[in-house]
Write a protein that binds this ligand. Structure first.
Ligand SMILES: Cc1ncc(COP(=O)(O)O)c(C=O)c1O
Length: 431
């Protein structure tokens, strides 16, 4: 028999696309885990209570002969989710985020997906033909870049600063894309609140500029708000979606993963035509979301989220402060972000070094894990070179690191970051 890898005639993408670098790092069980963005402050007691409430009600329904209702908890349902939970989510997004949703019919604009990752994938899958152009920040979320590449998209990355994507550069790149690829971009992707990987937040003025550019050039704007509720410093900023009064420009993606638990449940507000195509795709991907998890979501968002999240946020704040203190005291010269929320700090050293090599050869054997920043640049793509005023082949910045503070406790974060700082000094050859 042939080597296992060659047994079948695998599709071409399997050779072009390596496995996710972050998933690969999950196998290292290190003491100081600054690698994957695992939530480390979850409302466990509340989640347990919700499960008990659901289980008891279900047993009672069965006893009472309410069989249809009892069965529905364990059954198939609508592909986009059930009306009762969509109504609760719609009401909350309208009230808290200022999203324009009709009181009566707005729930029909909301759909559930298997995590926001499935929403990202299905949106790309329904919009992108090979050769279509996608604009993203540089660096950008790996879970968006990889499927964009897999589906044959031409990825064009736009420079960012400490306030995220720079709108003037985005606008500058659009005619360049038209010239280079013979078509205007199909999509702009941003994570406005506490971006992954940089941890930066886009101020409202920039959000408005991004929205206006998307309107002016008639481009779909995908607003990934994975960290919307994980905000522990400063005033919350209204999402870009709040500017999209007739729900025609912005795909607004939310998830339970950080603000409730990793239930693999995402919720999105999509323009109607996009929603219909995404649902068609989802129908063939996984048929429908699990009914029991919809029940968990409904109870959590209706009764508990505002009571239990502040404690989790206080924990994340403390952890982020421990990380920043450690970096400030012990890291070699460079630039690092100071997040208002989310899970990550981004560090870029002044001196060049290969963070991936350093991770594998030095950090992991010393019980420390982080994600080398190079994971957040496209495998193959283009970037706006501001000095050359042109699109050039994109290249990863190897002297960068994504440091996650969500999982370890504050004391361990501080201790681990100090060790890492000392190791970096040695790696960079600085005394
Ligand atoms: C920016 C961003 N978007 C989307 C996701 C996907 O999250 P999920 O599929 O768990 O909702 C993540 C997960 O880390 C993320 O950081």
């Amino acid at each position: 028999m042939k080597d296992n890898k060659e047994q079948f005639d695998f599709a071409a993408w399997t050779k072009r696309l390596p496995p996710s670098e972050i998933r690969q790092l999950l196998k290292y069980k290190v003491k100081y885990n600054f690698g994957g963005g695992l939530p480390g402050a979850l409302p466990i007691d509340t989640l347990g209570k919700i499960l008990i409430e659901i289980g008891e009600e279900n047993i009672q329904d069965n006893k009472d002969g309410n069989i249809r209702k009892a069965l529905s908890l364990w059954n198939y349902g609508p592909t986009g989710g059930q009306e009762y939970v969509l109504r609760i989510l719609a009401e909350r997004m309208k009230r808290v985020d200022g999203i324009h949703l009709d009181d009566e019919t707005g729930w029909q604009d909301v759909i559930l997906t298997a995590g926001s990752q499935q929403a990202l994938y299905a949106i790309l899958d329904t919009i992108i033909d090979p050769g279509d152009v996608i604009l993203t920040p540089s660096p950008a979320y790996l879970g968006f870049l990889a499927p964009a590449f897999k589906l044959g998209g031409e990825i064009v990355t736009i420079p960012t600063d400490l306030e995220g994507l720079i709108p003037e550069y985005l606008e500058q790149a659009i005619p360049m894309c038209e010239k280079k690829f013979g078509k205007k971009p199909s999509m702009i992707y941003v994570v406005p609140d506490s971006d992954n990987p940089k941890g930066t937040t886009i101020p409202f003025k920039r959000r408005k500029q991004l929205f206006d550019i998307a309107e002016q050039y008639d481009i779909l704007l995908v607003e990934d708000q994975a960290y919307k509720e994980i905000q522990f410093k400063g005033e919350p900023i209204k999402p870009i979606k709040s500017l999209d009064k007739d729900n025609s420009r912005v795909a607004y993606l939310r998830t339970t993963s950080k603000e409730a638990a990793v239930l693999r449940m995402g919720y999105s507000v999509l323009p109607e035509s996009l929603k219909n195509e995404v649902l068609k795709d989802k129908g063939y991907l996984d048929l429908c979301p699990p009914a029991i998890l919809q029940k968990v979501m409904a109870i959590y968002y209706e009764k508990y989220i505002d009571k239990v999240l502040p404690d989790c946020l206080a924990t994340y704040k403390k952890r982020s402060e421990a990380m920043l203190k450690g970096i400030d005291e012990s890291f070699p010269a460079g630039e690092y972000t100071k997040p208002n929320g989310g899970f990550f700090v981004w560090y870029e050293s002044e001196k060049q070094f290969d963070a991936k090599k350093f991770l594998l050869e030095k950090a992991i054997p010393s019980d420390i894990c982080f994600v080398p920043g190079s994971a957040f640049y496209p495998i193959k793509g283009w970037t706006l070179d501001v000095d050359k005023n042109d699109l050039v082949e994109s290249a990863a910045k190897t002297n960068t690191m994504r440091l996650g503070f969500s999982y370890n406790n504050a004391e361990d974060i501080y201790a681990g970051i100090k060790i890492l700082g000392n190791m970096l000094y040695r790696e960079l050859g600085i005394d």
